[in-house]
Design a protein around this ligand. Structure first.
Ligand code: SF4
Ligand code: SF4
Length: 490
């Protein structure tokens, strides 16, 4: 079912009885959410400052990794195919760490959802953070929601053009800085800033900044809640993941209904009649960034930001009623209270335990692997086409590309050997030496690719796939790395 909200956007209803049907994609009106003040607004400000501070400042944080190594704490070095994150250095062959991080992030999101619904959306999502920032600029330049409504009614007066122009200029500067900060994660930040300031930055940097500037400007300045309601898949996913014990921003209708004006409510109570605490002031709707009326029940458009809680608490305080008419709660508790039972908050339940255990296990495995990973590596790729070549004398030749990884900060001389195929001749292209052990120089913190040809004896059995072992030994450090592949015959 759908219902149009205060801003004209239709929203999907999942609860409540007083639902009005309407088309899902009806044209909407622009929202002018009123500024909210209170605990949840303050939490959102704190998270906004922290998140933006980290985003804009992190590229300038230095981290000493020794000579010849980049000293930027967080850096995606595309040219050298490395990802640096403080003391962690991820190589291309270790991309499974990134996959592990993504799985961890998903599980943390599931856990957050199981505990308190869409708090990611309401507090941490970049769309929310930047939209909040753009709203703050809008209110600072054009005035509060009431003044903005007035400006819209006034039309394009000189004063309004001036203020609107000013607002868009500030928005564009923020959007440009957002794109600008992003590219600083892909190069040495101070150097790139200097290059940008002197117009010597590479074209790709300008191009990326331009795209991100436009995206930020459009998404945070114009599309705002539309992204949450129509574009983002997370509300749909979380609706499938949530359960009746998760805490969501909830209108406690057991306390609020029947709603009526303050005066009527006082009169009703004085005559011993039932009167809810909701005075129908609409403040909860006025502050909502997605235009939702939470009194209609849990809705797809609600990002769980808690601003309606702040607005309603302020009203309750003014009319001397207990705070918390809107609060993080759930339907179960409403029903329990209506039945005269105390509310129950079940944070620890099978679902949250399962997520927490999975997070701890995956985190522990990743950390252990990270701390114990070898500083060397060897990978072998057999030529796919052709799989083998028959030489003039009838012997069979297979070709391989072997990559040797030296993750240490010093150059190394390693011995390379191939075993497993009796009587085979091994050739390493471009390396001097013709014995079973070839000295291979690998630069510090670098890789070396070798072309290896193995020629098998004439009498190999047909259609054979014989395992061969490629090994690299460091005689000084007494370490050995091995990888296996197959020798194919016709
Ligand atoms: S702010 Fe509170 S009192 Fe006012 S309409 Fe919303 S729920 Fe009712
Ligand atoms: S209904 Fe309340 S919690 Fe939901 S988006 Fe609106 S203000 Fe935020």
């Amino acid at each position: 079912m759908t219902t149009p909200n205060a801003g004209g956007q239709p929203v999907l209803e999942t609860g409540g009885d007083d639902v009005i049907s309407g088309p899902l994609y009806a044209p909407g009106k622009r929202l002018f959410p009123q500024a909210a003040h209170g605990t949840f607004r303050n939490i959102k400000w704190a998270i906004l400052v922290l998140a933006l501070g980290v985003y804009y400042g992190l590229p300038f944080l230095r981290w000493n990794r020794g000579p010849g190594e980049p000293n930027q704490a967080v850096l995606v070095d595309i040219v050298h195919r490395r990802f640096y994150f403080f003391f962690i250095e991820i190589w291309p062959q270790e991309l499974y760490y990134v996959a592990g991080l993504l799985i961890l992030a998903a599980l943390i999101l599931f856990l957050m959802n199981a505990v308190a619904g869409r708090i990611w959306c309401g507090y941490l999502c970049p769309q929310t953070v930047w939209t909040d920032l753009f709203y703050a600029v809008e209110r600072l330049v054009e005035g509060d929601a009431r003044r903005q409504h007035q400006r819209e009614a006034e039309g394009w007066t000189f004063n309004n053009i001036l203020h609107t122009g000013y607002k868009h200029a500030v928005w564009l500067i923020i959007a440009w800085w957002t794109g600008g900060a992003w590219v600083l994660y892909f190069a040495d930040a101070p150097t790139l800033v200097h290059q940008l300031a002197t117009f010597q930055a590479p074209m790709v940097a300008w191009f990326t900044i331009a795209i991100l500037t436009v995206l930020t400007y459009i998404l945070a300045g114009f599309m705002r809640e539309q992204v949450c309601i129509y574009m983002c898949p997370w509300p749909r996913i979380q609706a499938a993941l949530t359960d009746e014990d998760a805490l969501n921003v909830t209108y406690r209708y057991d306390r609020g209904e029947p709603r009526m004006s303050l005066k009527t409510g006082l009169a009703a109570r004085s005559h011993g009649q039932a009167a809810g605490d909701c005075v129908d002031c609409n403040q909860c709707v006025a502050v909502c960034p997605t235009g939702v009326d939470i009194r209609h029940g849990s809705q797809l458009g609600c990002v769980q930001c808690g601003l309606c809680i702040d607005a309603c608490d302020a009203v309750m305080q003014k009319i001397h009623r207990p705070r918390g008419l809107i609060a993080y709660d759930n339907e179960n508790n409403i029903k329990r209270r209506m039945a005269g039972l105390p509310a129950v908050y079940r944070m620890i339940r099978p679902r949250t335990i399962l997520y927490a255990v999975a997070i701890v296990l995956i985190g522990a495995v990743m950390l252990t692997r990270l701390l114990t990973r070898p500083s060397d590596g060897i990978t072998v790729a057999h030529d796919r086409n052709p799989l083998y070549v028959i030489d003039a004398d009838g012997s069979v030749r297979n070709a391989y590309t072997v990559q040797i990884v030296n993750e240490q900060g010093q150059p190394r001389e390693l011995e390379f050997a191939v075993s497993g195929l009796k009587g085979a001749k091994v050739q390493v292209i471009g390396v001097v030496g013709d014995g079973p052990d070839f000295p291979i120089q690998v630069d510090a913190d670098n890789t070396r690719d070798l072309r290896v040809l193995i020629t098998g004896p004439l009498k190999e059995p047909p259609h054979a796939s014989i395992p061969v072992t490629f090994s690299v030994t460091d005689p000084l450090q007494k370490s050995e790395m091995m990888a296996t592949d197959n020798f194919k015959t016709p």
